[in-house]
Write a protein that binds this ligand. Structure first.
Ligand SMILES: C[S@@+](CC[C@H](N)C(=O)[O-])C[C@H]1O[C@@H](n2cnc3c(N)ncnc32)[C@H](O)[C@@H]1O
Ligand code: SF4
Length: 390
C-alpha cells in the first residue's frame, strides 16, 4: 500500500464542529454541550450553514480547485436528525455551485440508530467519492467503558449492519481508547476488530487532560493514568502484542492509525497531520491558514475553547497561536506521520526505537523543553515549514 502523501494543491478541506452530545463522557476534553434543548441545535445548524455560505462565497468562488473534502467532527453529529437536514442543505448548496466532493468524513457514536445511518447513506453516498464513517466504539469491554466514563450503549445492530453492508464508496473506521490499568482488554478488542473487519482502526491511549472529569476523579483517588502507563513495561508489551496482531491485516500508517487499504485512509487527516491548510466552522473549531495581510508563514489555529451562545449570535472569535505553539504543533504532528508513512510499512516498526505513543510524547516534550535556547529548534521548524511550501 502506497501511503506517501503527495500534496494536492487542487483540493480544499473544510472542517465542521458539531458540539452536541446526548451523554457526556468523563474522559472527553473536546468542546461539547449536553444535547437537551432542541432549539439550540436548530439555531446552531442555521448559523453554521449561513457562516459556511459566506466564507465559501468569499474564499472559493472564482478559485480553481478540483475537489472539496469535508469533515464533520464533534461532539456527536449522529445524536440528532437535525444534522442530516443540515448536511442535505449543505450538499444542495454545493451542488448549486457544481462543486465536486472528494471525501466526506463523519464521526458518529456506537449508539447511533440504524435509521439514522441508513438515512445518511441514502442522502450522501451518490454525491461523493468516499464517505468515511468513524464509529467511536472506545472498547467492546464494559469494564473499560465504565472505567473511562463512556455513558452510552453500543448498538450492535449498527455494527453488524456496517460489517455486512459492503458498500463500495463507504469506508468504516473504528475508534478505540485505552487506559493502562485496563490495557489487557486491548487484546480482546483486537479479536473483535477482526470480526467487524473495518477499513481502518484508530487506537488511542487516553490523553492526559487534567480538566476532564476522569482525571479529576483519578487525582482524588490517587490513580494517575499517564504515569502508570509510562512506567509500566507490561502495558507496552500488551500494546505491541495487539498492534502486531492488527498488522497481520492492517498497515500501521500513523502513530494511532491503521488501515486495510488506501480506502480506509482519511485524506482529511493526512492533510491535517502534514500541516496543510484547512478552514474550520463551528463554536470551537480549529482551522489552519495564512493570516490575512501577512506575508510570512505564520498561521492561525483556533483553540478548543468555544462559546455556543456567541456563535449563534454570529460572534466569531479566533485565538491565534503564538509561534512556539505552532512549532510544537508542527513537530508533533509532522513526526507522528513522518515516522510512520514509510512505503515499506512492514519494516517501519522495526526501524524505530520509539516504543509507544506516551513514551514518544514524553521524549519529544523533554527534548523540546530541555533546550535552554529554543532558537535552534525554532529554526529547524522554520526550515520544516519552508520546505513544506504552503
Ligand atoms: C471527539 S470524539 C467525537 C465522536 C463521538 N462523539 C465519539 O465519542 O465517538 C472522536 C474520538 O476521539 C477520541 N477521544 C475523545 N476524547 C479522547 C481523549 N481524551 N483521549 C484520547 N482520545 C479521545 C474517541 O475515540 C472518540 O471516538
Ligand atoms: S467522546 Fe464523543 S460522545 Fe463523549 S463527550 Fe466527547 S464528543 Fe461527546
Amino acid at each position: 500500500m502506497k501511503l506517501f502523501y503527495s500534496r494536492r494543491v487542487d483540493e480544499e478541506f473544510f472542517y465542521f464542529h458539531i458540539p452536541f452530545c446526548k451523554a457526556l463522557c468523563d474522559y472527553c476534553n473536546f468542546y461539547k454541550i449536553p444535547q437537551t434543548r432542541g432549539l439550540d441545535l436548530k439555531f446552531y445548524y442555521e448559523r453554521l450553514l449561513t457562516y459556511f455560505k459566506i466564507v465559501f462565497e468569499k474564499e472559493m468562488i472564482g478559485k480553481e480547485y478540483n475537489k472539496l473534502n469535508l469533515y464533520f467532527g464533534g461532539g456527536t453529529p449522529s445524536d440528532s436528525f437535525y444534522f442530516l437536514e443540515f448536511l442535505e442543505q449543505l450538499l444542495n448548496f454545493l451542488e448549486g455551485w457544481e462543486v465536486s466532493i472528494g471525501e466526506l468524513n463523519l464521526e458518529i457514536s456506537e449508539s447511533t440508530s440504524l435509521t439514522w445511518i441508513k438515512e445518511l447513506i441514502r442522502l450522501v453516498v451518490h454525491k461523493l467519492n468516499k464517505l468515511r464513517i468513524s464509529v467511536g466504539v472506545q472498547s467492546f469491554s464494559s469494564s473499560v467503558r465504565r472505567f473511562i466514563g463512556r455513558k452510552r450503549e453500543t448498538n450492535f445492530e449498527l455494527l453488524e449492519f456496517l460489517r455486512q453492508a459492503d458498500l463500495e464508496r463507504v469506508a468504516i473506521n473504528l475508534d478505540l481508547i485505552y487506559v493502562p490499568y485496563y490495557a489487557k482488554f486491548f487484546l480482546e478488542d483486537v479479536e473483535q476488530i477482526f470480526y467487524y473487519f473495518p477499513d481502518s482502526v484508530s487506537v488511542y491511549w487516553l490523553e492526559e487532560k487534567l480538566d476532564t472529569v476522569f482525571f479529576k476523579k483519578a487525582k482524588v483517588s490517587g490513580f494517575y493514568a499517564k504515569r502508570d502507563m509510562l512506567e509500566n513495561e507490561d502495558v507496552f508489551d500488551i500494546f505491541f502484542t495487539g498492534m502486531k496482531r492488527l498488522r497481520e491485516k492492517y498497515a500501521w500508517y500513523e502513530l494511532s492509525n491503521l488501515a486495510r487499504s488506501v480506502k480506509g485512509v482519511s485524506l482529511f487527516n493526512l492533510n491535517y497531520w502534514i500541516g496543510n491548510k484547512w478552514i474550520a466552522f463551528g463554536a470551537a473549531a480549529s482551522g489552519f491558514r495564512l493570516l490575512e495581510g501577512k506575508k510570512s508563514n505564520l498561521r492561525a489555529l483556533t483553540f478548543k475553547s468555544g462559546n455556543l451562545d456567541e456563535f449563534i449570535k454570529g460572534i466569531v472569535k479566533i485565538d491565534y497561536l503564538v509561534k512556539e505553539e505552532i512549532v510544537w504543533w508542527f513537530l508533533t504532528n509532522r513526526l507522528r506521520l513522518a515516522l510512520w508513512d514509510k512505503e515499506d510499512w512492514k519494516n517501519a516498526l522495526t526501524q524505530l526505537e520509539i516504543k509507544a505513543q506516551p513514551l514518544f510524547y514524553k521524549l519529544l516534550k523533554e527534548f523540546y523543553t530541555s533546550f535552554e535556547n529554543r532558537l535552534l529548534i525554532n529554526s529547524f521548524a522554520t526550515k520544516l515549514m519552508e520546505n513544506l511550501k504552503f
